[in-house]
Design a protein around this ligand. Sequence first.
Ligand SMILES: Nc1nc2c(ncn2[C@@H]2O[C@H](COP(=O)(O)OP(=O)(O)OP(=O)(O)O)[C@@H](O)[C@H]2O)c(=O)[nH]1
Ligand SMILES: [Mg+2]
Length: 314
Amino acid sequence: MIPDKIPPVLTSKEIIEKSFRNTNKIQDIYKPDFVDKVKIVSVQKIQIMEATSRRIINRIYKGFPKIDDLDNFEKDMLYILVNAREYDRSLNNLKWSAQKISEFATNSIRGIKKARDEKVVARFRSSFYGRFSSVIENLDESLNILRDAREQLRKIPFIDKQDKVIIIAGFPNVGKSMLISRLTNLRPEIAEYPFTTKDINVGILIHNNKRYQIMDVPGLLNRSKINPIEKKALAAIENVGNLIIYLFDPTEQCGFSLKEQENLYQELKKQGKKIIPVDNKSDILRMDNDHIKISALTEEGIEELLKVIEEEAS
Ligand SMILES: Nc1nc2c(ncn2[C@@H]2O[C@H](COP(=O)(O)OP(=O)(O)OP(=O)(O)O)[C@@H](O)[C@H]2O)c(=O)[nH]1
Ligand SMILES: [Mg+2]
């Protein structure tokens, strides 16, 4: 899925207006018989409305990812970001409505072709207009749901399957975003309070001619009930991470004890992914342990970290 490619979603009013407006393009024709002329014009109007609305609806339908086509990471993210049942239902409503309009159009056109006087033609035509408008109006809620879903789904980062993914994980406020801004082109918000980062951000690191996707994910707390922001971090760790950099804040300035941070580290280790323990904020405090020591602030230790990334992510 390429989230940027999800098309914008019109309102039902816009779809109706556009469909009616397109009928203005019909060119005047000459027919000696007035009823024949009304019939031809009416059929054309219905055909244009049907085709215009179908084109708009299909474009939206096709442009949104179908849950079954997603990979595990995208699927997890979709379930976190949108109400999957509503989302599915809205897409199905679109499809159903386009079919209904085509059916109405076929029936109305059949009626018009058989009609012998202009009143009957007008009745078929306005009954099509009425049914057309009501089907599209009824789509309004589904269109609104999809418009909101688009905003959400666009937050799913695009992952290039060719390159390794390295995730910077850890408790909130330990310096993950500051570290990614040192390693990549990304400039996420950095602040001294927890859960500054609410979405996943991917930056590119090119080191010794190799390309890595570095992920800044929201902070995790070690507890059984996790919030939707933390779920995004886990979805990335479980599904796309080739290597995890687990960032500690031994100064505990992040607001969480080293013990809690250690417990989460032990939990994540159980996932069986390669995980490197790194102590940040070494400009303030250096512990006596075998973790790599860095300071995202002063950039000390970054070279050593790059070396380890190169060795471990291959
Ligand atoms: N002294 C010092 N402060 C740091 C260092 N790295 C980060 N900080 C500070 O720690 C605070 C949190 O940094 P962030 O990069 O926003 O932390 P985060 O882990 O991304 O936080 P969340 O997004 O909330 O999970 C900020 O006030 C930073 O200035 C460091 O190496 N040394
Ligand atoms: Mg952050």
